[in-house]
Design a protein around this ligand. Structure first.
Ligand SMILES: *Cc1c(COP(=O)(O)O)cnc(C)c1O
Length: 228
């Protein structure tokens, strides 16, 4: 077994255990492997191990990597990084799901970038669990307004909410707050029931708080190479 294969199997065992502990079903949880900074060859190796969902946080890297493994047509590409409004067309073209919609102007730009009239892109609202606006995500006070706005844009399908746990707070406490925000979004749009949360060091806590989409990088891929 390769190191990659054994790390993947190990993480997947821990995911299954956390799902059981939470009294949830495995079918409710999707594991996304975050491949940022790693070469496209890693995506190919992961696909060979049965991985279908991969995540990237920079548009240029996403676009380039997706082109390099264009033959792997059944991969689902998740964009999880901060997006510039003027790159919305490229983000939309390369993504199956955009997790990081955090302002009305970005939502508008992604909507305007629809390539054809009936194209629909899955999106999540990213909420900021810190007090630092630079961390990305909409402030909780503006969550309902952004949710309502997204529902007016018919080329975007609002699937739920996404967040990153703060560095200075226990993940379980942050994810409990996130579950409350997720409930607010569902009160506005009941079908928007995805919760994207949980990374290498906190996915068990995220699962306990209802996460449906885990974004796991280094625990599976190993140390990231220096940012290129
Ligand atoms: C890098 C990244 C991850 C994965 O982080 P790991 O700690 O390597 O698991 C998850 N979510 C976002 C938004 C990221 O940028």
């Amino acid at each position: 077994m390769s190191t990659l294969q054994s790390r993947l199997a190990d993480v997947d065992r821990q995911i299954v255990a956390a799902i059981r502990d939470a009294g949830r079903q495995e079918s409710e949880v999707t594991r996304i492997v975050v491949t940022k900074f790693h070469p496209a060859a890693l995506v190919r190796d992961l696909a060979g191990l049965g991985v279908r969902d991969v995540g990237e946080n920079r548009q240029q890297e996403l676009t380039a990597k997706r082109d390099e493994v264009a033959d792997l047509s059944d991969l689902r590409w998740h964009f999880i990084g901060q997006a510039q409004t003027n790159k919305a067309r490229q983000v939309r073209a390369a993504s199956c799901v955009v997790h990081s919609v955090d302002r009305p102007r970005l939502a508008d730009a992604l909507h305007a970038a629809a390539p054809v009239e009936d194209d629909v892109l899955d999106v999540l609202v990213q909420v900021n669990l810190t007090d630092d606006p630079g961390r990305g995500g909409v402030a909780p006070a503006e969550l309902d307004a952004l949710t309502e706005h997204l529902l007016t844009l018919d080329s975007l399908r609002l699937r739920g909410i996404m967040a990153v746990a703060p560095l200075d707070e226990a993940p379980a406490s942050a994810f409990t707050r996130l579950a409350g925000y997720a409930e607010r979004v569902r009160a506005i749009e009941p079908t928007a029931n995805w919760i994207s949360a949980g990374m290498s060091h906190d996915f068990a806590e995220a699962i306990a708080c209802g996460a449906t989409h885990l974004r796991i990088g280094s625990a599976i891929t190993g140390e990231r190479p220096a940012r290129g």
